[in-house]
Ligand binder design. Sequence first.
Ligand code: AFP
Length: 329
Amino acid sequence: MQEPISAITLSQHIVASMPPRARGVFTRIMMELQYCVHMLSTMIKSGGLSDNILGFTGEVNVQEEEVKTLDRLANEILVTRLANSGLFAAIASEELESIVPGSPEADYVIAMDPLDGSSNIDVNVSIGTIFSIKRKISAGGGPEDFFQPAKDQVCAGYVIYSSRTELVIALPGKEVPLFVLDPLTGQFVLDRVLQPRKDAKYYSLNEAYWDKLDENVQEWVRWLRNEPTPFGGKARSARYIGSLVADFHRNLLEGGVFAYPHQKGKKSGKLRLLYEAQPMAMIQSCLSGRASTGWEDLMDLVPTELHQRVPLIVGTSPEVEKYEELLRR
Ligand code: AFP
């Protein structure tokens, strides 16, 4: 990482990566997100010492999950700031049943999981924020703007709140930079540009559901554990944190595959297509990996509901393709 004096900030990096005729909208979008994330990161790192951000609110959200105080705070900060920023025609959030209108004349819409990994908040384990930005195709912002395949995202990214607060973003056909939040300035600065990892060191899956998995999926897990990787690597080791952002981040940096499969006799999954699966699919494919439901490529799957759930298998290509091959058998 560069000395603070010569560090490349997020806004400098975005400006440099935009075409000369760009109007600066994307830079402003990233600045709004940075503002919200800096606030959230400070709250999370103060860990309830200043104000009580731990525990539950007593409410149940559209996912029928008990709402954590930090879930609600993260949702309020992000939705309120972004809806009033003039940059989005509509906002979709994991915490809200329907979309929130923004500025009808704006060119983009954003879908997000304001706080991923809520079950890990009170135990001080890494959590995150996930977002997906698409171009508005309707007149003034509506559900149809969100029902576009992952390959049509104009930007996807996530923030991981851990020992460092890091931001990873993917822009179409572009590199995938990783930024670190400088608590001193509240600015994200460029740490490095991520490189594709072909070899899988890890697999991440909640094995507590073993008996609910299809035989083909069980066979896939046995293959992950026992078969050396095609690149001459050893067999893969298991890692599972229970926050998608944290499990995906480790595997993206070190090489690996994350799986939240369908359960026996079902085709859906737990994770949400719009603001969990699609963003991770785009980031992984920009680093020559793959994302699949097992049956469909997640870069092509067209959403039909705001909170649609899908199986998610995402990571290094050989591991995802083996999953699809076994499922087809
Ligand atoms: P929470 O936000 O409710 O903690 O759920 C986290 C999550 O959506 C995703 O981040 C994890 O990968 C997955 O659920 C964990 O689910 P299991 O607890 O069933 O393994």
